[in-house]
Design a protein around this ligand. Structure first.
Ligand code: G3P
Ligand code: CA
Length: 240
């Protein structure tokens, strides 16, 4: 069972920053999850929203800002404003950080609201350049993005994210040729997990921060849990 530090150890550290990723690994995460957008000047950056304003002291859409403009913004979490690792990192910096780590890396392509031209090709090219393909899982809420990833590289692992009930989810996942389904916690049942496994699909569930849900999912033999508190999940895994 993979303990994915969701946006890093984002419960206690500024999400999607190098300090949150380092802490996610240090406290027992066996996977990291993070989100990728593309800047005006075509750079891949790790940040959740389309807009910088919620997490950083700046304004504007990622697609309308240059890398230099985005990296100049300080983070909003008061305790970390002047911390040297709390800017918006480039995807390359995160890959550099994780390339020697024995962890799974879930890169979420944020292509469901804004579509970024050529993003899938560029992400896969970087993954290959850093030699981390064997530990990467690409996910997206946008099925077209996932199809494209498999067209570019049929053996790269992909996971389909969804947050609305889908009756034929297993059949649909097979049409996308994904390796995993990534349902919202509210959509998960033991039956779904069993059926997914019978169809050679992993089930990774987001975002799980309560010990009760963590224990239930572990009992139901889920394959991965995304949590903002990887240290808490690690304690629960070690109970068994
Ligand atoms: O990948 C799981 C989860 O991160 C998907 O939702 O909004 O947190 O990116 P969100
Ligand atoms: Ca995400």
């Amino acid at each position: 069972m993979i303990n994915f530090a969701h946006r890093g150890a984002s419960g206690d550290y500024p999400e999607n920053t190098l300090i949150a990723f380092k802490e996610g690994i240090r406290c027992g995460g066996t996977g990291l999850e993070f989100d990728v957008h593309q800047t005006k000047d075509g750079e891949l950056v790790v940040i959740h929203d389309e807009d910088v304003e919620r997490t950083m002291q700046g304004k504007g859409l990622i697609k309308d800002l240059t890398l230099d403009e985005i990296r100049a913004f300080k983070c909003r979490k008061a305790r970390f404003v002047d911390h040297e690792e709390c800017y918006v990192p480039k995807l390359e910096e995160v890959l550099e950080l994780v390339k020697e780590q024995e962890i799974t890396i879930n890169i979420e392509l944020k292509t469901d609201v804004i579509s970024y031209f050529g993003m899938e090709e560029e992400v896969i090219e970087l993954i290959q350049r850093y030699g981390v393909k064997h530990k990467v899982l690409l996910s997206s809420f946008n099925p077209q993005s996932l199809k494209k990833c498999k067209e570019i590289d049929a053996t790269i692992k992909t996971g389909f994210l969804y947050h609305q009930p889908m009756e034929q989810i297993i059949e649909y996942a097979k049409t996308l040729r994904v390796d995993a389904i990534h349902p919202h916690l509210k959509l998960v049942t033991k039956d779904l997990i069993e059926k997914a496994h019978q169809n050679q699909l992993d089930v990774n569930v987001y975002t799980v921060n309560s010990p009760i849900h963590m224990r239930e999912l572990i009992r139901a033999e889920v394959d991965g849990i995304f949590t903002d508190y990887p240290s808490l999940l690690n304690e629960i895994i070690e109970e068994n």
